[in-house]
Design a protein around this ligand. Structure first.
Ligand code: RB5
Length: 153
């Protein structure tokens, strides 16, 4: 399956700095533009700051896809899914990553660096980038919640 080469914004906290660097190298190797929203080292930070940066850019459409990484992936998921039009999927296995694309059209992939080993994490990223959305009935289901949190127009 072809890899989707849309630019990616990536963000992480200190717990996932090492994994972020590996994923970044993989994306660059695949010729995918990467915007690194930080953090840029292992000094302790608040995952929320970086989750907000990435999710805001995906929510407004500046980036179509993002990747968020923290220790468990739970904090980043909570932050990201506060934003309208963000469909963040915390994945620790290939099946979830693939189905999050096929059925949920996930636009942010979240991985817990303390949960998922880096070899599996790279496979998850690759599957997530390569799997298209099925559309159809799944699109209708997404439309029921995608704008929640937005002020009515
Ligand atoms: C940092 O210690 C840890 O709390 C964070 O990486 C993440 O797991 C939060 O959900």
């Amino acid at each position: 399956m072809d890899i989707n080469k849309t630019p990616i914004i990536i963000g992480n906290d200190h717990a996932a700095y090492g994994l972020k660097e590996k994923i970044k190298s993989y994306l660059i190797e695949k010729d995918i533009d990467v915007e690194d929203a930080g953090t840029h080292n292992e000094d302790s930070v608040d995952y929320s700051d970086f989750g907000i940066r990435v999710a805001a850019e995906v929510s407004t459409g500046k980036f179509n896809r993002g990747i968020l990484l923290c220790g468990t992936g739970i904090g980043m998921s909570m932050v990201a899914n506060k934003f309208s039009h963000v469909r963040a999927a915390l994945c620790s296995g290939l099946f979830s990553a693939i189905m999050s694309r096929r059925h949920n059209n996930s636009n942010i992939l979240v991985i817990g660096a303390r949960v998922t080993g880096s070899a599996l994490a790279m496979e998850i990223v690759s599957a997530w980038l390569s799997t298209p959305f099925d559309g159809g009935r799944h699109q209708l289901r997404i439309e029921k919640f995608d704008s929640l949190g937005e002020a009515p127009k």
